[in-house]
Ligand binder design. Structure first.
Ligand SMILES: [Zn+2]
Ligand SMILES: [Zn+2]
Length: 337
């Protein structure tokens, strides 16, 4: 099979021929139809974060395809079923986090495209219990972005506590942000979208954002405070500055939800303002299997739209450059069909 492999941090990915893996007990082999390119894949390929993957590895945690082979003991899915292979590749099911509905925080979890090979390949292995079941009628090219960008922002909106009449500020409108804008509205909130690229703000407006601000041309904090402040701010932009602006945009009792992971890793958090305004700061990492199923259900019901463009796997390095240069409106998806 053809796969895009990270051989060395910071070097271009290499398209290689690899042996098609054989599913072990509890696993399935998935013939990939579509695979989204997430910023996390780029950070993985650069070795940007404190906990690093081990080259060589195959990135990709938005792989969607058909089950072609089933390992021993698998009953949940069968050959021909369309499944998604998300970031949460496996969790132990027994620890305190797993047992309390927070399997995403399992300390023994395996991460697809990071600690186990991912979906930038014609075939990928999945743990059957952790594969997302893609409802009939969802285009695999749409299912791919939902598998990370969708579930991650859906969960972030849940964690934000957003509800009707709230104002939710979304910082960073791209693959994740364009979906956050939609989930916040599904929760009943109004949205203020912030980005530094006008085309992305136009997209947010098309998707229903009530307010849009260019962070380089407007004093975003003043603008959002002028609306009374945000009840919640969700930060998808991977810069400490966006996190700091988002915090300063909150109204008393507001919640800052951190999702984007800047390579710099540190933000400035003013304690006085946080205490006096009773602010909450919370991190949100992808979503559980239930969150993913709900994300798919909303899309199957026609309540979300995916903005994406397709590329071929051979163009992986060009695609990464496009994302890094901010040239991509929302999501790039590798089309394997
Ligand atoms: Zn991702
Ligand atoms: Zn666990």
């Amino acid at each position: 099979m053809k796969a895009a492999v990270v051989r060395e941090f910071g070097a271009p990915l290499v398209i290689e021929d690899m042996t098609i893996p054989v599913p072990g007990p509890g696993q399935v082999l998935v013939k990939v139809e579509a695979s989204g390119l997430c910023h996390t894949d780029i950070h993985a390929a650069h070795g940007d974060w404190p906990v690093k993957p081990q080259p060589p590895f195959v990135p990709g945690h938005e792989g969607v395809g058909l089950v072609t082979r089933v390992g021993a003991g698998v009953t949940r899915v069968g050959e021909g079923d369309r499944v998604a292979v998300p970031w949460l590749g496996w969790a132990c099911g027994a620890c305190e986090q797993c047992a309390s509905g927070w399997e995403t925080l399992c300390r023994s979890a395996r991460y697809t495209g990071y600690t186990v090979n991912g979906g930038f390949a014609e075939y990928v292995l999945a743990e059957a219990a952790f594969a997302g079941i893609v409802p009939a009628g969802i285009d695999p090219l749409d299912a791919a972005p939902l598998t990370c960008a969708g579930v991650t922002t859906y969960k972030a909106v849940k964690v934000s506590g957003a509800r009707s009449s709230d104002l939710v500020a979304v910082f960073g409108i791209g693959g994740l942000g364009h979906l956050a804008v939609q989930y916040a509205q599904i929760a009943g909130a109004h949205v203020a979208a912030v980005d530094v690229v006008d085309e992305k703000l136009d997209m947010a407006k098309r998707l229903g954002a009530a307010y849009t601000y260019n962070g380089e041309q407007t004093d975003v904090v003043q603008a959002i405070q002028g609306l009374g402040g945000a009840d919640a701010a969700i930060v998808l932009a991977a810069t400490p500055r966006a996190c700091e602006q988002a915090l300063a945009s909150l109204r008393p009792n507001g919640t800052l939800v951190l999702v984007g992971l800047p390579a710099d890793n540190i933000m400035h958090l003013p304690i006085f303002e946080t205490v006096l305004k009773g602010l909450r700061v919370v991190g949100s990492l992808v979503g559980t299997r239930v969150d993913l199923a709900e994300t798919f259900e909303l899309h199957a019901d026609g309540r979300t739209q995916i903005v994406r463009e397709t590329r071929q796997l051979d163009q992986v390095n060009e695609a990464i450059a496009e994302v890094e240069d901010g040239k991509v409106e929302a999501r790039l998806v590798f089309d394997f069909r």
